[in-house]
Design a protein around this ligand. Structure first.
Ligand SMILES: *Cc1c(COP(=O)(O)O)cnc(C)c1O
Length: 373
């Protein structure tokens, strides 16, 4: 089994994305009989003691890893990031004003959906740059009476990341900040003092699709619109410890295995989240420095906004795209084709991607350039 797993290809999918082989191995071993219970996790009541123990362990490991403060609830929901684009305004907007910072396809989509529930204002946008830079926070046009401000902390498609969460207070706003951190969560620590709510689908960095994580500060609960479905009312979900209805039990179990893997993770003398963050920095530096040193490949994102997780890049001669992808497949480097709206290539290098995977990609790029350059 081990030898077989070590030969798995490197998978650069943007999501659903690669999971650590160790985690998949544990899940496979426990598939038919979880810890002597005689049941697969998929076959357990979500209210039974076995599943409750899985849920409680996952919740406490996640809280510890991300240092989530006590006044934040962690909700295990369904619907993905796109459903949250509606669920957030249903819960927080009170039908009033909400401000959006648009830095790419995902925040743009979020603003579009929120329009159905609230008075949406685009406080800043980098669309004019082709979504390759971050709008300078001191220029954001924030409204004093906005119910919240929304931004996407890592734009998965355009490869633009906030390396520091903006401090709205310093910008003269008392509104809570909502972040879509689907493709950033657990890749680095988060400064919770600057955030009121953070949400993300699990399928980028945490587990299988179907589980959505919502971290919400206590004092933001209890203001849902009348039309908000009960199963999507944060207060209802929080009061029921995410068991108002059946949660995505298998996804929670898989996420729990990933949290355990992260807690054991060490790298260059660091442990857990600090270790994975350092490896993510090293991977990103290796890839971006190769791109910057190349005459054939290019990444167009401003240096201070370059994502550590999603790296879109282009061949200057687009006619070579197919040849590059064919060579990648031959070297067992999977799912490098860029998003259809952007074209070119994209390497998503989430937590589960080892440094060796990025090295293999960089080796391919250098060889390809030597052959075709
Ligand atoms: C993937 C992604 C989403 C969409 O998630 P779904 O689970 O497909 O609804 C939203 N926001 C960001 C930043 C994403 O990367």
């Amino acid at each position: 089994m081990q030898a077989q797993l070590q030969q798995r290809p490197y998978n650069f999918s943007a999501g659903p994305a690669a999971l650590p082989a160790e985690v998949l191995e544990t899940a496979a071993a426990e598939m038919l009989d979880w810890h002597g219970s005689g049941m697969s996790v998929m076959e357990m009541s979500h209210r039974g003691k076995e599943f409750i123990s899985i849920y409680e362990q996952a919740e406490s490991d996640l809280r510890e890893l991300l240092a989530v403060p006590k006044d934040f609830h962690i909700l295990f929901m369904q619907g993905g990031g796109l459903a949250e684009n509606a669920i957030v305004p249903l819960n927080l907007s009170r039908g009033g004003k909400v401000d959006f910072v648009v830095t790419g396809a995902w925040s743009q989509k979020s603003a579009g959906e929120a329009k159905r529930y609230a008075d949406v204002h685009i406080a800043a946008s980098n669309e004019a740059s082709g979504f390759t830079a971050l709008p300078e926070p001191s220029n954001w046009q924030l409204r004093r009476d906005a119910a919240y401000v929304h931004l996407c902390s890592n734009e998965t498609i355009h490869g633009v990341e906030f390396h520091e969460i903006p401090d709205l207070k310093a910008l003269g706003s008392d509104a809570p900040l909502v972040i879509d951190f689907s493709s950033q969560q657990l890749s680095r620590p988060l400064d919770w003092s600057r955030v009121g709510l953070a949400f993300g689908g699990a399928q980028k960095n945490i587990g299988p699709a179907g589980l959505t994580l919502v971290f919400v500060r206590n004092n933001l609960l209890g203001h849902a619109l009348q039309a908000c479905p009960s199963a999507f009312n944060y207060q209802t979900v929080a009061q029921a410890q995410s068991m108002f209805n059946t949660p995505p039990t298998y996804g929670i179990y898989m996420a729990g295995l990933v949290f355990q893997w992260l807690k054991r993770f060490s790298y260059r003398g660091r442990n857990a989240l600090a270790a994975i963050e350092q490896r993510n920095i090293d991977k990103a530096e290796l890839l971006y420095s190769t791109l910057d040193g190349s005459g054939m490949f290019i990444n167009r994102v401003a240096h201070n906004a370059r994502s550590r997780m999603n790296v879109p890049f282009f061949l200057r001669d687009e006619r070579l795209n197919d040849a590059f992808l064919a060579d990648a497949r031959e070297r067992r480097l999977l799912q490098l084709k860029g998003h259809k709206s952007v074209g070119g290539m994209r390497a998503s290098i989430y937590n589960a991607m080892p440094l060796e995977g990025v090295q293999a990609l960089v080796d391919l790029m250098r060889d390809f350039e030597a052959r075709h350059g």
